[in-house]
Write a protein that binds this ligand. Structure first.
Ligand SMILES: Cc1ncc(C[n+]2csc(CCOP(=O)(O)OP(=O)(O)O)c2C)c(N)n1
Ligand SMILES: CC(=O)[C@@H](O)[C@H](O)COP(=O)(O)O
Ligand SMILES: [Mg+2]
Length: 625
């Protein structure tokens, strides 16, 4: 552990400003040490943070937070910002229950201007902040910091299109490290390559401006005339980048690890009375060799050994199982296509991208486009499978309704990270997809518990369904499976004594906890049966009939309450004049903060102890023990 001689004394950005320029290299090296140490113990986003250390220091030396505002896109690179804004002492709690969040949070600090977690929102939010400041006569500056990966999201372009008309200073910093989580792909990253290799660009522009400002035309400098002109000559004199076309003055590319150069560029940008795009080139993972060599692996990582760079634990998860299964299916079926919105690694599609290159599509961080693109493929007879984290699928609600379900198109959604995800916290919990999809006609949803169930469900989604078919599975791997539980069925399974009068209904990974709860209750002399659903929409009607045979029924669900399967099941029971007791235990309609998955499920009473407690409490309340 380092002694953090300089960093430990930084209590606010004012202390960063006070530092002598000659001490900045030491400060940056202490920051990197702290980042590596903390992430190795808690897990987190390492390579994005190592890449922006100098940029963050320069930002805090040039701007005056909290008067000026900085919006961090995604926010996964905001750790240095946190360390420099009074959170050094608590930084050891990063991503832990009750601790410092891995993302900016307005509730955590007055220096965090906007909550982020999902990508490509920064320019829109910052522009809104800048307009609000203008309306209230506030002269302070507003900056959005967005990565080259996040810039591939449509929302970023919508914001640029809108913000380019602004008549005040507004700064967008493009942090270009040539990487999304994996290699950044598409036309925009290709375009950046051409811009990046022209380091002379801004100088030529400045010199040209200087020369032209001395040549009069109709009594005014020719530069002033040309700047307002729409003529093609202007484009010859001032080379236009894509950003200039949006109405932004382009400055760059700047070495993002050179603090004096960054401070100069930022100070220049502050003086321009219109939108500015500052292009900064950085190295993802800078300063820690394993992260420099494998920025994707260290993008988001669990605990790891600092010396070797090796993860402390690794397990075979649902993502790998999904990726391997899809790869095998695609071997035999040339119509299967795989789509990812920049998440090939996390969703287990890397193998597919190698073996079926021509049918693999990384569309960039563009979940809306991914769904509509899948619809296009489906309309011509292909079998598209869009692998996406539950939380990011939220972006595609309209496309699923308007482009897929309404047209009766057959697309498959492989929904990873379904349910509680843990340390990333509320922005990343996969607890809305079921409610969202439950509200859309023509959608089938499978939520298997085990790897075999996943394979079966994927097969059904691709070959049995002919509409929008979703298969959802959690972060991590398989959990407990009782020895006497056979193979998972695609519709539903019954586990336990059908005549015991008490029934627990659940689906997905909660079945494992329900089985343990069943054992705990048995030790107290209470027998329960379990109805495990796999197809949660539409539910096989015989499952409703089965449930009506019980006196007391509990539905445990790892999702929000509104639109839940539990509610739908209750409606079906009512329609069947069920007159027993029906208890629902879901997450409720709330956001779940960061903590480990087991802590969250425990807090929500959705783990084994929680389920057993709920059953006992309810039985006591209704006097039916
Ligand atoms: C809507 C959405 N989709 C996917 C993600 C997952 N994600 C987080 S960071 C990231 C890559 C961002 O790349 P970039 O903006 O270049 O930042 P870098 O990590 O390279 O600094 C992705 C795909 C997300 N946060 N939000
Ligand atoms: C910041 C972001 O959105 C991703 O990096 C996300 O944190 C990945 O989550 P997993 O670690 O579950 O892949
Ligand atoms: Mg990047």
């Amino acid at each position: 552990m380092g002694d953090y001689e300089l960093l430990s004394k930084i209590k606010s950005p004012a202390d960063v400003k006070r530092l002598d320029e000659k001490d900045l290299a030491k400060l940056c090296s202490e920051i990197r040490e702290k980042l590596i140490e903390t992430v190795s113990l808690n897990g987190g986003h390492l390579s994005p943070n190592l890449g922006v250390v100098e940029l963050t220091v320069a930002l805090h030396r040039t701007f005056n937070l909290p008067k000026d505002s900085i919006v961090w896109d995604v926010g996964h690179q905001s750790y240095t910002h946190k360390l420099l804004t009074g959170r050094f002492d608590d930084f050891y709690t990063l991503r832990q229950k009750g601790g410092i969040s891995g993302f900016p949070k307005r509730s955590e600090s007055k220096y965090d201007d906007f909550n982020t977690g999902h990508s490509s929102t920064s320019i829109s939010a910052a522009y809104g902040i800048a307009r609000a400041k203008m309306l209230s006569g506030d002269q302070s500056h507003t900056v959005a910091v967005i990565g080259d990966g996040s810039f591939t999201g449509g929302l970023a372009f919508e914001a640029m299109n809108n913000a380019g008309r602004f008549k005040k200073n507004f700064i967008v910093i493009l942090n270009d490290n040539k990487m999304s989580i994996s290699k950044n792909v598409g036309a925009f990253p290709r375009y950046l390559t051409t811009v990046r290799i022209q380091p002379w660009y801004i100088r030529v522009k400045k010199n040209t401006e200087k020369v032209l400002s001395k040549i009069p035309l109709f009594g005014r400098p020719i530069s002033a005339f040309l700047r307002r002109s729409k003529s093609k000559i202007k484009n010859l004199v001032y080379k236009n980048t894509l950003f200039d076309c949006f109405g932004f003055t382009y400055i760059g590319p700047i070495d993002g690890h050179d603090i004096p150069e960054l401070e100069n560029a930022l100070s220049a940008a502050k003086k321009i009375n219109s939108p500015v795009l500052l292009h900064v080139v950085t190295k993802k993972g800078k300063g820690y060799l394993p992260a420099e060599e494998n920025p994707g692996t260290f993008h988001g990582i669990g605990k790891f050994d600092i010396d070797s760079g090796e993860p402390i634990s690794s397990h075979k998860g649902f993502s790998a199982e999904f990726g391997n299964t899809l790869c095998e299916l695609a071997e035999k079926d040339k119509k299967i296509c795989a789509i990812t919105a920049a998440m090939a690694k996390g969703t287990g599609l890397e193998k597919f991208s190698i073996y079926h290159k021509e049918r693999f599509f990384d569309v960039g961080i563009a979940e809306e486009h991914a769904v509509t693109f899948a619809c296009g493929l489906a309309s011509k007879g292909m079998r598209p499978v869009f692998a996406v984290y539950s939380t990011f699928l939220q972006r595609s609600y309209d496309q699923i309704i308007h482009d897929a379900a309404m047209s009766g198109l057959h697309i498959v959604l492989a929904i990873d990270r379904a349910g509680i995800v843990g340390d990333d916290g509320e922005t990343h919990q996969g607890v809305f997809d079921v409610s969202m999809l439950n509200s859309i006609p023509n959608v089938t949803i499978f939520s298997p518990t085990y790897f075999d169930g996943l394979k079966c469900a994927l097969n059904s989604a691709i070959y049995v369904c002919n509409n929008v078919a979703a298969v959802r599975y959690p972060r991590g791997g398989e959990l407990y499976k009782p020895d006497d539980f056979g193979e998972e069925s695609i519709t539903y399974d019954i586990y336990g004594n059908k005549d015991c009068g008490k029934l627990i209904i659940t689906y997905g990974r909660l079945f494992s906890y329900a089985c343990k709860a069943k054992e705990m209750l048995a030790e107290k002399g209470i027998e329960v049966c379990i109805l495990k659903l796999c197809k949660i929409k539409p539910i096989d009607p015989s499952a409703f009939d089965f449930a009506t045979e019980f006196n007391t029924v509990w539905f445990f669900e790892e999702g929000i309450k509104t639109g839940s399967v539990a509610r739908n099941f209750g409606d079906a029971l009512l329609a069947r004049q069920f007159n027993g007791c029906y208890h629902i235990k879901t997450i409720g309609d709330k956001f779940v903060k960061q903590m480990s998955v087991s802590e969250a499920l425990h807090m929500l009473k959705l783990d084994a102890e929680g389920m057993a407690d709920v059953v006992l409490e309810d039985l006591d309340r209704i006097g039916n023990r």
